[in-house]
Design a protein around this ligand. Sequence first.
Ligand SMILES: [Zn+2]
Length: 386
Amino acid sequence: MIKIRINQDVKDAVDEHWKWIKRRFYIDVDYSSLNGSQKRAWTCAHKKLNKLYSLLGFMSLPSKDRENALHDLICVPPQDLKAFRDDGRFTQLVKKETAAYKAYQNWKRRKKRRVGGGKVPKCHQKEYDAEKDRNSVVSILGYEDLYEGDVDWDAYKLCDKIGLLVCPYCNRQYIYTIFDKNGCGEVRPQLDHFYVKSKYPYLSCSFYNLIPSCPVCNLGKNDESDETIYPYESEFGRNAVFRLDPVDLQNLRNGKIDLKKSYFVSIEFEYSDSEKLNKKLNVYPNLDIPDFENQVRNSDRIFHLTDLYNKHQIEIKELMSRQIKYAGACLGNFSSFIYGKKYNELSPTEQADLKQYVLGLPVLFRNEEYPLRKLKEDLVDQFENG
Ligand SMILES: [Zn+2]
């Protein structure tokens, strides 16, 4: 729900990620310059690379173009990721939930079989081979090898370089990365495959398909969850906002707050009438509104956003109490106390800062993400302008 900004660090991370892939496969490494064990490693890596090229359908390309095709797959930019997902070159690798696939899965469950073990009945051979190919692509591309990586690049460094502070899916939890004194990763966010690797194995190591996220959100996603908001491209923003019930809001505006009661929020879309729609479309000319609304609803359902936010009663009530008690008539007193001036003598920046102080929201780090930032900003906005 919170967009990941693509700054220079993120762009550098893409470069580092590609360099890691190149190192793994000894791409651009001169064989004759290597010693004995390195030569064996080179041969082994190139054998795997050729198998990968073959599975991805790159073998028919001239040798140099295969590397470029792999680069394009690993570094595919966010705006092209969906097109790569649907690229006809990889159709045979997409897991399809056909009747034959389900029958194969049932057989596997009954037999407690794993891919690679024992004889497979002829009727399941095609599905078995397809699954084997999907697993091979994931395994050779090496997403799991990224956990440990090498000296220069691993999942910890990737997360650290992207530099997200808060889970982009839920905006509820901090997702810090921590290293020990030797620079080894100790704590990091989980990496969610936006397009799941079991279904789209060829995207399993593509940089912009790896979303640092909290464990709750990563675990909550499944095969069907690929139509949520894609954090490298979009966010709830001002279009999908958390709103209190109008009756509760009216009571709060009248200064009545019952701390024993629950104040529930729901998601609303800002452009519910045609006038607003036109306005929003002018502001966001590339935003496909029906698709956006579906993606928001899917995100809400899959990550349980509304239900989880409604558990945050302490934060909601604390914020609303401050809004009622301090952010109205009392601002004058705070202004005299903090600035030694009347409220209407403050500059617009000072007035905005003062409001943040009394609401308990960040003043010095206003541009940084923090948990529940969107919920809090939406509720303050609703109270003041809604
Ligand atoms: Zn999360």
